[in-house]
Each structure stands twice: as structure tokens, then as C-alpha cells.
Write a protein that binds this ligand. Structure first.
Ligand SMILES: Cc1cc2nc3c(=O)[nH]c(=O)nc-3n(C[C@H](O)[C@H](O)[C@H](O)COP(=O)(O)OP(=O)(O)OC[C@H]3O[C@@H](n4cnc5c(N)ncnc54)[C@H](O)[C@@H]3O)c2cc1C
Length: 462
């Protein structure tokens, strides 16, 4: 199925009693673009786009562009191997920004590197054959391939970002949208153009079909909406400017591998935000920032957030610290909270020994007594049944204990998304309390969490 159609079918599946076969039939006769327009783009149900995947290939892009393409956390793919393929055959990419003498200088240097790569590979191949003679039991072809690969490992040092490569990727259309938006604000013209080309590919009929079926565009709605990620572009520029005015440290190479163990998340996040716009080791940045006042550290966070829009996730730099939220919550809320993936979760046994929640509205409606009687009876029966089968009787209102470990950005994300008026009152309160706990312990970070208090209600909003 085209990814936008499968996203529609599976999203609809969560809200309808239909089987998947019926849902797919429904999608055949209904407009998936209209559905995505309202639910994905208008209401912001972003996880709908997790439900459709695309296969996309980039051919003849520079190694530099490939590296930018692959810079996604949730990305599956493979790029051309510098161990098994000869990179001397494809020439090299010339950045469209270059002209005149610069262009000539680049091309001469590029040709020299490719020639040296080819020459080094041949010489290393010969040298390795002398050093590592073929064992009798090894077939000559296998021996030749192994030696060639080892020689390429050495020759690789002469390859450069401009050599062309091929990349094949599988991503959800959510990741793809993020990727297009990020590529479109790249500082490299080639990468910006690739962002546009990906969007065009999403709107066009796909190539390389497996069968002769009539092909539909893969993700036309996404293609219409994948605008450049202004926040990413702007915040990088803002941070670079701030660093140039406020941060200086003498040039230093540092050690090859350093292990820094931050013990203060505010400092860690501020230093991480500065890292991409500085050229000294992280330890130096961290140690410098640690000496600053909280107000100065917070200034960096504010600079990184000043151009953030309503739907923008915090920059990666905010994924710092480790927060362990221990929650004694109803199972229904856990079912919802459990779905957050950018964290590590642990649970204790479903014992049924922690009591249960009584919804306020149920009390107001005069139903408390009968509710309690039903819950008590179920829990009583549960405790007489053998374990683990008895856990099947645990009502969703019963409480159980769960540990959620996450970084600051995920705490902010869960508090913000789950406290919104659209949500269930149970997890809304939990999400709000997550913010309160952060406020108490990390006021400079807690203030950045824009959670909606539970007393702001709009029950008719979906
Ligand atoms: C109002 C509301 C209604 C919902 N209704 C339903 C429902 O009817 N049925 C149902 O099953 N679920 C429902 N959910 C749950 C929803 O489908 C998600 O499972 C849940 O929101 C957690 O996923 P997330 O991506 O929002 O956050 P997390 O998993 O916490 O991820 C945090 C961030 O990491 C990134 N990320 C994580 N995983 C991926 C990924 N695979 N691809 C791309 N980016 C990723 C994204 O930037 C994301 O914002 C609902 C959620 C809300 C808030």
C-alpha cells in the first residue's frame, strides 16, 4: 500500500470496530489526503505518520550529503561500502556553490586525491599479498576479495566528502517529513536540493515497481507540507551568534576519546547546545559553562528556543540528563504512557495491592458506591486466583508502579503532549505532575515545559 494509505487504514483501525480488511476497503474508497490534512497536519496527531513507510534511494549524492541524509535517529538504511566498492570510478561531486578559480582549485585537488586513492589501493593490494600469502585451503577468488577489501580500508583515507555514493533508506513518513524539512535548511546547496527532490518524489508516481500494478504517488500530502524547518535553521544561527559573542576558549585538541560524566543537567544541556557551534572539546565547554551562573546558562537555552514554533520539538541538544519518574498510577494511564518510546520503562508485578483510582466525575455523578463495590469484588476475586492468571482480572482503575527513565526533552515532550485538553484526565494529571516535579527540582528547566494545567478543560475538543 502507498504509505499515506496504510497510515490512514491503521489510524482508522484504532477508532473503528472494523477489521483491517474492512478498513483497507474503506481506504480504497475514501480520500486519504483529506484525512491526513485534518488529523495529521491540522490536529497534530503526528504518530499517525509512523504508520506508513517509504523506501527511498539516493544515487550519485556526495558522501557529505549522504551523511546529512543519514543523520536521523529513527532511520534504517545502507550506503555504498568503501570496503567493497572501488570509489575511483565515479569521479566526484562539485558543490554548486563553487565557481571560477575556486572551482578549478577544487577540481584539481579532487582529481589528485582520486588518483592517489587508486594508486594507493594498487600498491597496498600488492604489499598485502606479500605480507599475507594465500593459505592453501582458501580459494583464490575469496583471497583476492579479502586482500582488495583490506587495501580499500587503507586507500579510504584518500577519499573525500565530495566522492559520490548511493544510499537506500526505509523510514516512516513522519521521519521522512522531518528529514525533508531538515535537509531543506541545510547550509549545503546540494543537500537543500535533495530535500526538494525527496518531496517531489513523494508527490510523483514511484519508480521501480515490483509488479505491473497502477502506481500511485507515495506521500502527496506530506510533499505539500514538508516546508523547510525554519526553527532548526534559525536556532543554529542564533546559537552560533551567541557563542561568537559570549564564548571563547583557546584552541585545544583534547584526547582521542574522553568520557565526560555531567552531574548537572542545566550545564549539560547548555554545553551540548554550544558544542556544534564551537570547536573545542566538550569537556572544555562543559567546564567553562559550569562556572557560569544559572541565569547565564539559561540564556543559552532561551536563545535555542526563541524561534521555536508551536509544533516544533526541542532541539536534540535538550536530550540531556536522566530523570527517573517513579509513578504509582492506574493501569489505564499506564497503557497510554507506556507508548512513549524515547524513554526506558520498567514495571513491578501487577499485584492489585495498591488500591485504585476513583474518577472525580464518577463521584459527582453519584456512582461512587457501586463503582467501589464492583472494584473491591473484582480485586477480592483476583487475590484468590492463581498467579499469574489472576492478573488478567486487574481493572484498569487499579494502581500499579512504573518507572520511566528519560532525558529532559522527553520529559518536556510527554508533559506537553499528554497534558493537552484533548487527553484523558488521568494521564493529563500525571503529565502535569511531571512538570511540577521538574519545577521543584530543576526550576530553570521546569519553566521551559509548557504543560496545560488539568483545570483548563475543553471536553468537546478532539
Ligand atoms: C491525543 C492522543 C490520542 C491518541 N490516540 C491513540 C489511539 O487511538 N490509539 C493508539 O494506539 N494510540 C493513540 N495515541 C498514542 C500515540 O499513537 C503514540 O503512541 C503516543 O503519542 C506516543 O508516541 P509519540 O511519538 O507521541 O512520542 P514518543 O514515543 O515519546 O516519542 C517522542 C518523540 O520521539 C520521536 N519519535 C519516537 N518514535 C518515533 C518514530 N517511530 N518515528 C518518528 N519519530 C519518533 C518523535 O519526535 C516524538 O515526538 C494517542 C496519543 C495522543 C496524545
Amino acid at each position: 500500500m502507498p504509505p499515506e494509505k496504510s497510515a490512514y487504514a491503521l489510524a482508522r483501525y484504532s477508532r473503528s470496530a472494523d477489521s483491517i480488511r474492512q478498513s483497507v476497503d474503506w481506504v480504497r474508497t475514501h480520500n486519504s489526503q483529506q484525512f491526513l490534512e485534518s488529523f495529521y497536519f491540522q490536529y497534530g496527531h503526528q504518530s499517525i505518520a509512523d504508520l506508513g513507510h517509504t523506501v527511498l534511494c539516493f544515487e550519485g549524492v556526495s558522501e557529505l550529503a549522504a551523511s546529512e541524509i543519514e543523520d536521523e535517529v529513527l532511520w534504517d538504511g545502507q550506503a555504498k561500502s568503501s570496503r567493497y566498492q572501488d570509489f575511483s570510478k565515479g569521479g566526484f561531486i562539485t558543490p554548486p556553490e563553487l565557481a571560477g578559480d575556486d572551482l578549478n582549485a577544487y577540481q584539481n585537488a579532487g582529481n589528485a586525491l582520486i588518483a592517489a586513492y587508486k594508486d594507493t589501493h594498487a600498491k597496498m593490494d600488492a604489499w598485502l599479498r606479500e605480507q599475507l600469502p594465500r593459505p592453501e585451503e582458501m580459494k583464490p577468488e575469496a583471497y583476492g576479495r579479502n586482500i582488495a577489501a583490506r587495501a580499500f580500508d587503507v586507500a579510504r583515507y584518500l577519499l573525500f566528502w565530495g566522492v559520490p555514493t548511493n544510499v537506500g533508506q526505509v523510514t516512516s513518513i513522519r521521519t521522512l517529513e522531518k528529514q525533508i524539512r531538515r535537509l531543506r535548511v541545510s547550509e549545503y546547496a546540494e543537500v537543500c536540493e535533495l530535500g526538494l527532490e525527496v518531496a517531489e518524489a513523494c508527490a510523483a508516481k514511484p519508480e521501480c515497481l515490483w509488479t505491473d500494478e497502477e502506481a500511485e504517488p507515495l506521500a502527496p500530502t506530506l510533499a505539500r507540507h514538508a516546508e523547510p524547518d525554519e526553527y532548526l535553521g534559525k536556532s543554529n544561527a542564533d546559537l552560533a551568534l551567541w557563542a561568537s559573542q559570549n564564548f571563547s576558549a583557546p584552541h585545544e585538541e583534547g584526547v582521542r576519546v574522553d568520557l565526560v560524566r555531567p552531574n548537572d543537567t542545566l550545564t549539560e544541556i547548555a554545553a551540548t547546545l554550544l558544542y556544534p557551534v564551537c570547536d573545542v572539546p566538550f569537556r572544555t565547554i562543559y567546564d567553562t559553562v559550569r562556572g557560569w551562573s544559572d541565569a547565564r546558562k539559561s540564556e543559552i537555552l532561551d536563545v535555542a528556543l526563541q524561534s521555536r514554533g508551536r509544533r516544533d520539538d526541542m532541539l536534540r541538544g535538550f536530550r540531556g540528563g536522566q530523570y527517573c519518574y517513579d509513578m504509582l498510577i492506574d493501569v489505564g494511564a499506564y497503557r497510554d504512557m507506556h507508548r512513549h518510546r524515547r524513554c526506558h520503562q520498567y514495571r513491578q508485578a501487577y499485584s492489585g495491592l495498591h488500591g485504585y483510582e476513583v474518577p472525580r466525575q464518577l463521584v459527582q455523578a453519584g456512582l461512587e458506591a457501586e463503582f467501589r463495590a464492583t472494584m473491591d469484588a473484582a480485586l477480592e476475586t483476583m487475590h484468590h486466583l492463581p498467579n499469574p492468571a489472576r492478573q488478567y482480572l486487574l481493572p484498569f482503575g487499579a494502581k500499579s508502579r512504573f518507572l520511566f527513565k528519560m532525558d529532559f526533552a522527553e520529559a518536556e515532550y510527554i508533559s506537553r503532549v499528554r497534558s493537552g485538553v484533548k487527553g484523558h484526565f488521568s494521564y493529563r494529571e500525571i503529565a502535569w505532575e511531571m512538570k511540577l516535579r521538574m519545577d521543584e527540582q530543576e526550576p530553570e528547566l521546569g519553566r521551559l515545559i509548557q504543560a496545560t494545567p488539568p483545570w483548563i478543560e475543553d471536553p468537546l475538543k478532539r
